[in-house]
Design a protein around this ligand. Sequence first.
Ligand code: NDP
Length: 254
Amino acid sequence: VDRLTDKTALVTGSSRGIGRATAIRLAREGALVAVHYTANEQAANDTVELIEKEGGSAFTVRAELGVPGDVHELFLGLERGLKERTGDTRLDILVNNAAVTSTGSAPEDLTPEEFDHYFAVNAKAPYFIVQRALGQMPSGGRIVNLTTGVTRTSVPDQVAYAMTKGAIEQLTFQLARILAPRGITINSVAPGITNNGGPIFDNPQAVEAMAKFSAFNRVGEAGDVADVITFLTTDEARWITGAFIDATGGTLLG
Ligand code: NDP
């Protein structure tokens, strides 16, 4: 603990799932965390409450990603929250976690509108969030982008989703060399099947079937992935940049 004292962090999509678990861990390490969400205000408030109960600091920021003006709205809320609490708008840590994850339509039925929505939320928004964040990120800054093991294995019903995450991995890879002179690292973390609190994880048979994908024969917990993300934000991970970090519990071993 306390590896992130005096740091500030934005975790997109931290009302629930992996984002929430990450927000909690970053706060545990001493960071002031902006808990971003779009629809689930109560869940975002609960994340902040969980953090404050442990003695940490956090505030919520609402912004729908994937629509015009999204990044501006996000940063208005972020900067207001940071300024109130720290006196300036410095952002040390950015975790691009929010994404459209639902399978949606089968590849043969996917509409151009659904395709555009996937890319707007999962690829375009993170790009412009990074662009905007870099204006207020000092040396020692950390960017972590959530991808998926699906970019390394063929999953028939997730073609468009996997394409958006392939784009995120390129964002990481291409920016790493550009940001290194500024002392900023950027990495991708790829979860496998991870319990995000969604209804399917209440179905024991479905969970048993999903567990088989991992070498450890269980589904991941949000904390399993959040611990990896948190490590990448610390000084201990200063020598890692541009990496694809496999946090799939051995799913990609085949
Ligand atoms: P969840 O589906 O549990 O939560 C998604 C989060 O993103 C929520 O906080 C949600 O906010 C927010 N969000 C979704 N769409 C938008 C939008 N248009 N604008 C703003 N916020 C939005 O996510 P997971 O924890 O399952 O996944 C987190 C990351 O990990 C994602 O990038 C995902 O692709 C990746 N991943 C997850 C896996 C898994 O098995 N869970 C496997 C591989 C990768 P709100 O609550 O307000 O709706």
